[in-house]
Structures are given as structure tokens and as C-alpha cells.
Design a protein around this ligand. Structure first.
Ligand code: ADP
Length: 266
């Protein structure tokens, strides 16, 4: 049956005897698809009313209604938050529905790292020391758009969870065995070890109040996880309380393209 999905688990007893357990997971897969489609549809339907609310809020001039200024500001803030949430939900549904990248290109890492540095500076607004080091003379095969979103998420977390005066270091460097690593290190609060394994779950938050105040949607690391999986990579996290965290990922040699002469001289 082409609609049937089986999950196969071989159990080896010894050299001669083994057992193959086949589990029919078609219904589970179907339910997952229903959930994904539902979330995607709801998010899509929320876009239009949100645009209308934004439009009307933008028409209110605070100076004409001084008594409403604080309220209108808060309404704008919350409606922006909701827009981000809807956008992240749509991004996540789109990523979840993909088994592989639809198309691959050469991701020019130098301009991408420049963009990430500018974004980090804008977000930090001078509150942190930000270092971006490009220590690898190569680019990556993959999706520029998706990798940009994953790397931005890691950097925006580092900025949001690091107090004023802290340091954020982004490194893109070659590993000794032919792979490359992209790493974001911060000198922030740190994450207690019991939370590390669950960070990429949707809406999982270490400290709910602090995370909500930080302006995130709770979906950032889920998006990162899916983008990395589409590039045969995964997120690695290490953290020490009061010292900071390192979020990094490794790309295998097959994904690496040496930079062309023009790119090196640019
Ligand atoms: P959020 O939008 O809440 O930041 P994420 O999925 O990006 O959602 O991150 C999940 C949780 O992981 C955050 O709520 C926060 O508790 C924790 N976290 C992520 N990055 C960091 C970091 N650099 N330092 C400390 N905690 C972090």
C-alpha cells in the first residue's frame, strides 16, 4: 500500500537469529500531517486580520490622543509580537513539510557573516561587544535564506539572553577533519544542564517570564533544528551557569565549496 508507512526495528539475538519488528505508523504520520496543516492554515488565516489591526493602529496619532499614548504603544508592541509568532509558525510548518531542500545553491558566507554582524549590532544597540570571525576560506552548499534565518536566530538569542556589557562571538571556522563549524558564544546567564536536551522543542522555555520579556516567540530553536537537519547538521549546545553558552553546528565536507578567487579578493 503506497499510503502505508512502516517503521522497521531489527532485533539481533545472535549471529544466526534475528527478528524484524514492523510497526504500522501510517496513522501517526497522518495525524502529524493534520496537525501541521492545521497550524499552517490557522497561521495563514491570522495574517489578514493582523494586517488590518496594524493598519488602524498606525493611523492613530498619539499626539491627538495623549491619554491613549501608552495604550496604543502597548497594542502596537503586542500586535508586532503576534505577527512574529504567526510568521515563525508559518516558517516552521514550511520547514516541517520538507524532507530535503527544494534547491541548493552556494551560500556565500562572507556577505552572510557581514549581514549577521550588522543585524547583531542593530539588535544589541551598543550594549554588547560583538565579534564576528570568518576563519574559513570556504562557502557552503545549501539555502542562503534558511541558513540566514537559523544563524540569525542563534545570534538574536545570544544578544537577548546576555546582559549589557557582555560579549558575543560568532566564529565560522574549519575543523581539522575537513568539516566546518559555525558557532555563537555568549557570556550570558547560561542554561541549567537539565534543560539542554529540550531547547529545540516548540515553545520550550527555560525561564518563562525572562524568555517572554526578551521578545522571542519560543520557536526560534525549533526553526534552527529543522534548517540544520535539511543541511544534514544538528545543533550542539554547551553552557555554564554565570559564564555563558555556546550554540554551534558542523557542516560535513560534502557541503563545503572552496571560495572562488573573486570571492576571496572581494
Ligand atoms: P525564545 O523565543 O523564547 O528565545 P528559542 O526557541 O529561541 O525561543 O529558545 C528557547 C529557550 O532557550 C529560550 O526561551 C531561552 O530560555 C533558552 N535560550 C536560548 N538561547 C539562549 C542563550 N543564548 N542563553 C540562554 N538561554 C537561551
Amino acid at each position: 500500500d503506497p499510503d502505508q508507512t512502516l517503521s522497521l526495528h531489527p532485533i539481533v539475538y545472535n549471529d544466526e537469529q534475528w527478528l524484524l519488528v514492523a510497526r504500522d505508523v501510517s496513522r501517526l504520520m497522518h495525524l502529524q500531517k493534520v496537525r501541521r496543516d492545521f497550524v499552517a492554515n490557522v497561521s495563514h488565516e491570522l495574517r489578514t486580520p493582523l494586517t488590518v489591526v496594524h493598519g488602524y493602529l498606525d493611523m492613530i496619532e498619539p499626539e491627538d490622543h495623549p491619554e491613549l499614548a501608552g495604550i496604543v504603544d502597548e497594542m502596537r508592541r503586542q500586535s508586532h509580537r503576534m505577527t512574529h509568532l504567526v510568521e515563525d509558525l508559518l516558517t516552521l510548518s514550511r520547514l516541517e513539510a520538507q524532507d530535503a531542500l527544494a534547491e541548493e545553491e552556494t551560500v556565500a558566507m562572507r556577505p552572510l557573516l557581514d549581514t549577521l554582524r550588522r543585524e547583531a549590532l542593530a539588535l544589541s544597540q551598543g550594549r554588547h561587544r560583538i565579534l564576528v570571525s570568518d576563519l574559513c576560506n570556504c562557502d557552503l552548499r545549501g539555502s542562503t535564506k534558511e541558513l540566514h534565518s537559523a544563524f540569525s536566530n542563534l545570534i538574536s538569542n545570544a544578544v537577548r539572553y546576555t546582559p549589557t556589557g557582555g560579549e558575543i562571538e560568532v566564529r565560522y571556522e574549519a575543523e581539522t577533519d575537513g568539516g566546518v563549524r559555525f558557532a555563537v558564544r555568549d557570556s550570558g546567564h547560561g542554561i541549567p544542564s537539565q534543560h539542554l536536551a529540550r531547547l529545540t522543542e516548540r515553545f520550550y522555555r527555560v525561564s518563562t517570564s525572562r524568555s517572554r520579556d526578551s521578545g522571542g516567540t519560543g520557536l526560534g530553536l525549533s526553526i534552527v533544528k529543522h534548517v540544520l537537519a535539511l543541511h544534514q547538521s544538528h545543533l550542539e549546545v554547551s553552557s555554564r551557569m554565570g559564564i555563558g553558552s555556546v550554540f554551534s553546528c558542523r557542516f560535513e565536507a560534502e557541503r563545503i565549496v572552496p571560495r572562488s578567487e573573486e570571492a576571496v579578493n572581494a
